[in-house]
Structures are given as C-alpha cells and as structure tokens.
Ligand binder design. Structure first.
Ligand code: FAD
Length: 366
C-alpha cells in the first residue's frame, strides 16, 4: 500500500491539509464506526447527516488501504455477476439488490459533485468487454439489464468495440452510459471532509483493539482511550483483526495492483479512443485514460502482500499484450490495496447482534 505522508492527510482539493487527530480522551457517542475507508466513511456521513453523534476510529489514516488506492469506476452491481446473483437468490431479490447498487452509484455521484468535492473530475461511461466471442449471451444480458433491471445499457458489436479499442483481444461490449469515473484516491478524502462537515469526528492512528458489544451501551477500547456507543459499525475490511477476528477471518484478502504510465502522447489516441473506463468480463483488466494521455491500469491480483513496485513490469507486459500497437510504455507509478472477498461474492452488510453492525467484504467493487 502506498500511503499519504504521516501526520497529514490530503483533502479532496489537495489544498486542505489537516493534522491527524488521535483519540486521546474518553468519549460517548451514538455510533462508533471502526475503519475510515469508503464503507466506514459512507456510514459516518449518512449517520451524521441524520443527526447522530458519530466517531470514526481509524487505525492508520483515512483511505490507508483499498479505498485510497482504487481506480474510481462507479457503476451498479456487485463483485458477483448478475446471472449468478439471480441463480442464488432469485429474480425479485436480485432486482432489489441491483436497484440498491444503482442508488449507491447515485449517492457517489451526488457527493462527488464539483461544488462538494472540488477537483474530483467526474467523467462518464464505462465499457465492459468480453474476452471471447459470445454475441448471443450479450443480447440476452442486454435485454435483462434494460428491461428487467431498468439500467441504461448499449450493446456494442465487435466492430464498434474495436474502433474504440484497437486490439483484437476484445469482442462484444456492454456500454453503461450512466456509469462514471472519479478520482478514486481523492474521493475517500472528500468523503471524510463531508462527514466532518456533517459533524462526524474522525480519529486517525487510533486502532480499535477490543469491543464489548454485549450491553445496550457498547464499549470500545483503543490504546489511548475508551468509547461508549449505542451502535458499533465494523467497517475494517480484512484488517479488522482483534475486535472481531471471526468476522475478518471470513474474508479472503486479495491484493490488487495498479499502475499509471508516463504520458504516452498522441500514440495513445491511435489505439484507445474510448474516454470512460474499460473492464473485461473475466475481471482481469480494468483501465482508463487519465490526464489526457496516460493509462491507469489495474491488473494482477495475488493472495499475498507484496511491494506494488514488483508489479510494474507485469502491468507493463499486460498493456503491451492487449495493445501491442502502443509500443513500449513506461510505468511512472504503482500502488496496490487489499480487498476482502467473501465466499458468496457479495458484501457483508447488516446487524450481527443488537447494535453491532457490519459493512465489509466489498471485494473489487467498492
Ligand atoms: C487497485 C484497486 C482498484 C480498485 N478499483 C475499484 C474501482 O474502480 N471501483 C470500485 O468500485 N472498487 C474498486 N476497488 C475496490 C474498492 O477499493 C474496495 O472495495 C473498497 O475500497 C473497500 O472499502 P472498505 O472501506 O470496505 O475497506 P478499506 O479500504 O480496507 O478500509 C478499511 C479501513 O479500516 C481500517 N481498520 C481496520 N481494522 C481496524 C481497527 N481494528 N481499528 C481501526 N481501524 C481499522 C483500516 O486501516 C482501513 O483504513 C479497487 C481496489 C483496488 C485495490
């Protein structure tokens, strides 16, 4: 994981820096959120907007893990493909979950507006491409998405895909015009800023070491202070650890790595005309153009942690395999983060016991 400098955290506009505050005094709140990633901060923002007193306890700093290192593609859906979701829980429940995910995307869009998060740079459209020629499956999928799941989509034939992406690696595509991209690394800090403005208090360098969730007022212990809260929300993803080890052990940690190329100039336009983000249906590649002529590309995944720099060459090779016409590319930056995969492929959201909540396991679709 690449991190922000110790002691300071970038704001959404990169200009507002604030000192990290560690919790060093005892506190009583309505809601204690463990973890300041996308999940924890989203809960904190919404709860504070509803008038609850909220404390977020973050062991490292805002966006330390996956949430501060993601690519920023926002679209409906979950890690589990829609067809499998329907198979598992039935059509009606799948429709309800899909519609919740659409609301989630709109929630991000509303927060990531220019006036709330200056410089967040929202761009439209995402394209899902298949690695194999399966035109028939595409047509039935399109019908289902647009008619049954009320999602705006366009089917792109191979020619159209290949006029936007000059490679013979990809075949048909599903275009989501309402999906969008944000600067993912800025969004999490923007979320923290909005949550603070709504009244939530965020304490960094404050790991939660244990909880006692048995009473009406729950107890939370950190190395330097104790909290009491009516509700605890566990949003620590794979790093939750001691507060509820059994919960974090239900997640398979998967490290995902990404890279940003040096500027590629006009040759990038010659091979990639599409301006939104592209992901393949097998979940191997996920990329988009940033800063006009650079490629941001997430590719390899491992189940062990390694320095992101080790994966620069692998991503470079992958880019050259998919877009040989691009020629050599120089990798300027690499980073990674760990996502938590559940056995069922869906996030864990809900109440474990009275007043003890979980929001975790978002996998590669946060
Ligand atoms: C390279 C990459 C690209 C991605 N691209 C996308 C994308 O384009 N679109 C998309 O939707 N998703 C994407 N994802 C997935 C997305 O980033 C994750 O699903 C999401 O960020 C998970 O958020 P989270 O809040 O659950 O977890 P995290 O980001 O892991 O946050 C959990 C936080 O809790 C803290 N914590 C844990 N335990 C404790 C404790 N005991 N006490 C205090 N604090 C604790 C941790 O320090 C951490 O900061 C990507 C992920 C990666 C790695």
């Amino acid at each position: 994981m690449s991190g922000t400098p110790k002691g300071k955290t970038n704001g959404a506009d990169g200009a507002t820096l604030h000192e990290r505050a560690r919790l060093s005094f005892d506190l009583d709140v309505d809601i204690c959120v463990v973890g300041a990633g996308l999940a924890g901060l989203t809960v904190a923002l919404e709860a504070a907007r509803l008038g609850a007193s909220v404390a977020v306890l973050e062991g490292r700093h805002v966006g330390w893990n996956a949430s501060g290192h993601q690519l920023g593609t926002v679209m409906p859906g979950y890690g589990l493909p829609l067809s499998q979701l329907i198979e598992r829980i039935g059509f009606e429940d799948a429709r309800e979950l899909w519609s919740l995910s659409k609301e989630g995307a709109e929630f991000v869009r509303a927060n990531a507006s220019e006036e709330k998060m200056p410089g967040i740079a929202l761009s439209e459209g995402a394209l899902e491409v298949s690695n194999v020629d399966v035109g028939n499956q595409l047509i039935s999928r399109l019908q289902m998405l647009s008619e049954d799941f009320e999602t705006e989509v366009e089917g792109w034939q191979i020619d159209r895909v290949r006029s936007e992406l000059r490679t013979d690696h990809y075949f048909h595509g599903v275009y989501y015009p309402k999906a969008f991209q944000i600067d993912g690394r800025k969004y999490v800090h923007g979320l923290a800023m909005l949550a603070r403005r709504a009244g939530a208090r965020i304490f960094e360098d404050t790991p939660v070491v244990s909880i006692d969730a048995s009473g009406i007022r729950k107890r939370i212990v950190t190395p330097s202070a104790r909290l009491r809260a009516s509700h605890i929300v566990l949003a620590g993803n794979i790093h939750l650890g001691a507060p509820l080890r059994r919960l974090s052990e239900t997640l398979l940690p998967v490290w995902r790595y990404a890279a940003l190329t040096a500027p590629l100039g006009a040759r990038l336009d010659d091979v990639i005309a599409f301006k939104g983000s592209v992901a393949d249906t097998d979940g191997i590649d996920h990329f988009r153009i940033v800063d006009g002529d650079r490629l941001m590309w997430a590719s390899p995944e491992t189940t062990w942690a390694a320095r992101p720099q080790r994966f620069g060459r692998a991503i470079e090779r992958r880019i050259r395999t998919v877009f040989p016409k691009l020629g050599p590319v120089e990798i300027a930056e690499t980073w990674g983060g760990a996502v938590g995969e559940t056995v069922h492929g869906m996030p864990q959201i809900g109440q474990l016991r009275r007043g003890l909540w979980v929001a975790s396991g978002f996998g590669r679709q946060g």
